[in-house]
Design a protein around this ligand. Structure first.
Ligand SMILES: *[C@@H]1O[C@H](CO)[C@@H](O)[C@H](O)[C@H]1NC(C)=O
Ligand SMILES: *[C@@H]1O[C@H](CO)[C@@H](O)[C@H](O)[C@H]1NC(C)=O
Ligand SMILES: *[C@@H]1O[C@H](CO)[C@@H](O)[C@H](O)[C@H]1NC(C)=O
Ligand SMILES: *[C@@H]1O[C@H](CO)[C@@H](O)[C@H](O)[C@H]1NC(C)=O
Ligand SMILES: *[C@@H]1O[C@H](CO)[C@@H](O)[C@H](O)[C@H]1NC(C)=O
Ligand SMILES: *[C@@H]1O[C@H](CO)[C@@H](O)[C@H](O)[C@H]1NC(C)=O
Length: 645
C-alpha cells in the first residue's frame, strides 16, 4: 500500500488544537489528552480492556476562549491499525459547555487520511464530537491521533473559502449539471482506491471479482441544499476511473474508458441516470476528449489502460451511438518524451474543438497539432509553444484564444514549473502565435484552472514536485490571472491539499467547487471532501455579501449559432459572458470555454446579443450566461443551449 508508513506533515491554515479534552472513556495509555498533543504517533482510544465500552463515544474539546469556527478536523490513528476509526458522527458547538448546537451529522470514510467536517461560521468555546459508528464496523471502539478545529477567516478582500464539505468518496472526476447546477463527482469501483490490474496495483480473490464486475461510486453535491448524495453506478458495468470526459451537444457527460478501457457511459442530468454507450474502437485510459463543432466527440491517446501505443483518434456520434476510427489522426506527433515511456506519453491531451470539425491540441507535448475529423481524419503540425518543453499535467483554458500554463516535463518525479503562455489560434491548420507571459508565483503540477465570468483565471492546488499520492510540496495558495495586467494575484489559502486526482469547476452561482486528491487506499493522502471558493466579486468592501444583479429572462432558451438572444435584467449591466458547462479530471477540462458578448442593442435594462456564427467557437451544448454590473458583481448564471443549426 502506498505511503502506509509516511507521517503526514502538512501545514493546514487556520487549524488550532484545544487546550483541554474530556472523553467518555479511555484505554490506559491512550488517554484523551493524546488526541490534542500535536503528536500523530500517540492516540486516544476508548476502553476495551478490562471492560469494552459501548458506542457512542464522545470527546469535548475546550479551546480556552470563544472563537469563530467553521470546521472540525480529525486525524485517525497512524500506527497501521484501523481499529476505532470514526464513521458516522455528530459535531456540536457550545459557548458555555452546557447548551449545545448540532452543526454537522455526517460520516468519515474508513482510511487514515486527515478528515474535516465543515460547518457555517459559528462562535464557540467548546466542541463535542460524538462517534456513532466505527467506520469499518470492526468493534465498538473510537480512536483518534488528533482532534482539532478550524478558525474561520473573516477577510474577503481576495475572496473567501467556505467550510470543508465531507464526501463519501474521493471526487477525482466531476461535471456540472446544466439542469440543476449540481456537481456530479465520481471515484472508481471503490470510494478511495483503484486497480488497473494485478501488475500495477495488485488485487486478487474477492477484491478482483468485485473489480471485474465494473461499477463506479458517485456522489452528487447539491449547492441549493448543501448536501451530498451517493450512488454506486452498477448498470453501465463500467469502472470509470481515469476516463476521458466531455459534455456533449445535449448537456450529457460522455465518459470513456479508464479502468474498463473500451466502455462508454453517459450521464443525463435531466433524468439523473447513467446509460451504456457504444464500445470504443480502441481501449483507452488517461485519454482526453473534446466535443466538436458538429456535436460529435473526438478522443485520442490513453495508453495508461487497455494496452500500449498506437492510440490514434476516433470520433463518437451520440445520435447514432457509434464510434468511428480516424486512422489519419495520428497520435505519434503529440507524444511527450516521458521518462516512463508510452504508458505516460499519450496522456491527458489538451484538446479544443474548433472550426470546421477541427481540434487544436495545445499540449501537453511541446509540439502542438491540428487534428481534422472529416473522412478518415488528418493531422497537421502546429509548431511548438515558444521555448517550452513537455508539460504533462498542466492546464489549458480557452477563451477564443488559448491560455496555457505549464507543469513538469514527465508525469511524475519531476519538478513543476511556473511558466505561462498565451496561444492565439485562428484558421485550422495554420500555425498559432505563442507569447511567453509573466510566470505564476508558484510552480505547480496537478493544479486545476477555472475561468471566471469576468475572464480572470483561478489556478488552484498542485505541488511543486510531482509525485502522485503525496501531499509533499503541496501548494495551498491559489492565484488569479488577470487578462488585463497579464499577472497573477495570490489568494487566501485553502484548507486541504489538492494534488493528484483533484478537481475544480465553475458553479452556476460564480463560485468555484474544488475537491479530491488521493485514491491510494488506506493512506494518509486521500481527500474525501470538497471546499468552495467565493471570489472577491461576491463581497462588498466591508465583507458583507454583494447584491447580485438580477436577470429576469434570457430568451430563447435554445438557439442556433449566429442567433440573437434577448436578456432582461433588473438593473444595469456593464459586461456579459458565456461560459460552457465544464467537466474535470486529471487537470483536464476541455469543456469550459468563455465567450465575451457585446450588446447589439440596449434599451433600458434589456439587451440583445448576436451569438458567434461558428459552432467551432460557440460549441454546441449548454452554456452559462453571466451579466456583470458596474461593481464587477456577476449575476447567477442563466442557461442557454446552443445548437449547430
Ligand atoms: C511522539 O510520541 C512518540 C510515542 O510516544 C514519541 O516516541 C515521540 O518522541 C513523540 N514525538 C514528539 C515530537 O514529542
Ligand atoms: C443524523 O443523521 C442520521 C441519518 O443519517 C439520523 O438518523 C440521525 O437522527 C441524525 N442525528 C441527529 C442528532 O440529528
Ligand atoms: C472490451 O474490452 C473487454 C476487456 O478487454 C473485452 O473482453 C471485450 O471483448 C471488448 N469489447 C469489444 C466490443 O471489443
Ligand atoms: C450522426 O449520426 C446521425 C444518425 O445516423 C446522422 O444523421 C448525423 O449526420 C451524424 N452526424 C455527423 C456529424 O456525422
Ligand atoms: C470538413 O468538411 C466540411 C464539409 O465538407 C468542410 O466545410 C470543412 O472545411 C472540412 N474541415 C476541414 C478541417 O477541412
Ligand atoms: C528539482 O529542483 C530541486 C531544487 O531546484 C533540485 O535540487 C532537484 O535536483 C530537481 N529535481 C529534478 C528531478 O529535476
Amino acid at each position: 500500500m502506498l505511503n502506509k508508513w509516511r507521517v503526514l506533515l502538512v501545514v493546514i491554515p487556520g487549524f488550532v488544537t484545544a487546550v483541554s479534552i474530556t472523553v467518555d472513556s479511555f484505554q490506559v495509555g491512550h488517554e484523551g489528552a493524546k488526541a490534542i498533543d500535536g503528536n500523530s504517533s500517540t492516540f486516544w482510544h476508548s476502553e476495551y480492556s478490562p471492560t469494552l465500552a459501548a458506542l457512542p463515544h464522545s470527546a469535548i474539546l475546550d479551546l480556552g476562549s470563544s472563537q469563530l469556527l467553521n470546521g472540525f478536523t480529525y486525524l485517525p490513528r497512524q500506527d497501521g491499525s484501523s481499529n476505532g476509526n470514526i464513521g458516522q458522527h455528530t459535531v456540536e458547538l457550545s459557548l458555555d459547555g452546557t447548551t449545545w448546537n448540532l452543526v454537522a451529522n455526517t460520516t468519515f470514510v474508513d482510511d487514515e487520511s486527515q478528515k474535516e467536517t465543515g460547518f457555517a461560521n459559528a462562535q464557540a468555546r467548546y466542541v463535542r464530537i460524538t462517534a456513532l459508528t466505527e467506520a469499518g464496523n470492526r468493534g465498538s471502539w473510537s480512536s483518534a491521533a488528533e482532534f482539532g478545529v478550524r478558525v474561520a477567516s473573516t477577510s474577503t478582500t481576495n475572496g473567501q473559502w467556505g467550510p470543508v464539505i465531507a464526501f463519501p468518496l474521493v471526487p477525482a472526476a466531476a461535471a456540472v449539471s446544466y439542469s440543476t447546477g449540481n456537481i456530479v463527482t465520481f471515484a472508481s469501483y471503490r470510494v478511495n482506491t483503484f486497480s488497473i490490474g494485478a501488475s500495477v496495483n495488485g488485487c486478487s480473490g474477492s477484491e478482483k471479482l468485485i473489480r471485474d464486475l465494473g461499477n463506479t461510486y458517485t456522489a452528487t453535491y447539491n449547492p441549493a441544499t448543501n448536501t451530498v448524495s451517493e450512488l454506486n453506478v452498477v448498470n453501465t458495468v463500467h469502472d470509470m476511473f481515469c476516463p476521458g470526459m466531455s459534455i456533449d451537444a445535449n448537456g450529457r457527460a460522455v465518459v470513456t474508458g479508464g479502468d474498463n478501457a473500451n466502455k462508454t457511459s453517459i450521464y443525463d442530468p435531466v433524468t439523473n441516470a447513467w446509460t451504456i454507450g457504444a464500445v470504443m474502437k480502441i481501449p483507452r485510459g488517461y485519454q482526453a476528449s473534446t466535443t466538436l463543432s458538429d456535436g460529435r466527440i473526438f478522443t485520442i491517446g490513453g495508453s495508461w489502460s487497455g494496452g500500449y501505443s498506437g492510440k490514434n483518434g476516433e470520433v463518437y456520434n451520440a445520435t447514432a451511438n457509434t464510434w468511428s476510427l480516424l486512422s489519419g489522426c495520428l497520435v505519434a506527433p503529440m507524444l511527450t518524451n516521458d521518462a516512463q515511456g508510452i504508458f505516460r506519453q499519450d496522456n491527458h491531451g489538451w484538446l479544443f474543438g474548433w472550426k470546421s470539425g477541427s481540434v487544436f491540441q495545445a499540449g501537453p507535448s511541446k509540439a502542438m497539432n491540428w487534428y481534422g475529423t472529416n473522412g478518415t481524419g488528418s493531422q497537421t503540425a502546429a509548431g511548438t509553444r515558444a521555448s517550452d518543453t513537455d508539460s504533462m499535467d498542466g492546464n489549458a483554458v480557452i477563451q477564443r484564444e488559448d491560455f496555457y500554463r505549464r507543469r513538469s516535463p514527465s508525469y511524475q518525479d519531476s519538478n513543476a514549473t511556473s511558466n505561462v503562455h498565451l496561444i492565439t489560434i485562428g484558421t485550422p491548420n495554420t500555425t498559432p502565435t505563442v507569447q511567453t507571459l509573466t510566470s505564476m508565483h508558484y510552480q505547480r503540477a496537478f493544479a486545476n484552472a477555472v475561468i471566471l465570468p469576468n475572464g480572470k483565471i483561478f489556478i488552484t492546488g498542485g505541488q511543486s514536485y510531482a509525485v502522485p499520492f503525496t501531499d509533499t510540496t503541496a501548494i495551498l495558495t491559489p492565484e488569479l490571472w488577470d487578462p488585463t495586467t497579464q499577472t497573477f494575484t495570490v489568494l487566501p489559502a485553502h484548507a486541504i491539499p489538492r494534488t493528484y486526482h483533484s478537481i475544480a469547476l465553475l458553479m452556476q452561482d460564480g463560485r468555484v467547487f474544488t475537491g479530491g486528491g488521493g485514491m491510494c487506499g488506506n493512506c494518509a493522502t486521500n481527500h474525501e471532501d470538497a471546499q468552495i471558493y467565493s471570489p472577491a466579486y461576491l463581497f462588498n468592501s466591508d465583507g458583507t455579501a454583494a447584491t447580485r444583479p438580477g436577470i429576469t429572462s434570457v430568451s430563447p432558451a435554445t438557439l442556433a449559432v449566429g442567433g440573437t438572444i434577448t436578456v432582461v435584467a433588473t438593473s444595469a449591466l456593464t459586461s456579459f459572458s458565456l461560459i460552457r458547462y465544464g467537466s474535470a479530471t486529471h487537470t483536464v477540462d476541455t469543456d469550459q470555454r468563455r465567450i465575451v458578448l457585446t450588446p447589439a442593442t440596449t434599451s433600458g435594462t434589456t439587451y440583445t446579443f448576436v451569438l458567434p456564427s461558428d459552432s467551432g467557437v460557440a460549441l454546441p451544448g449548454y452554456w452559462m450566461f453571466f451579466g456583470i454590473n458596474s461593481a464587477g458583481v456577476p449575476s447567477i448564471a442563466k442557461t442557454i443551449k446552443i445548437t449547430v443549426s
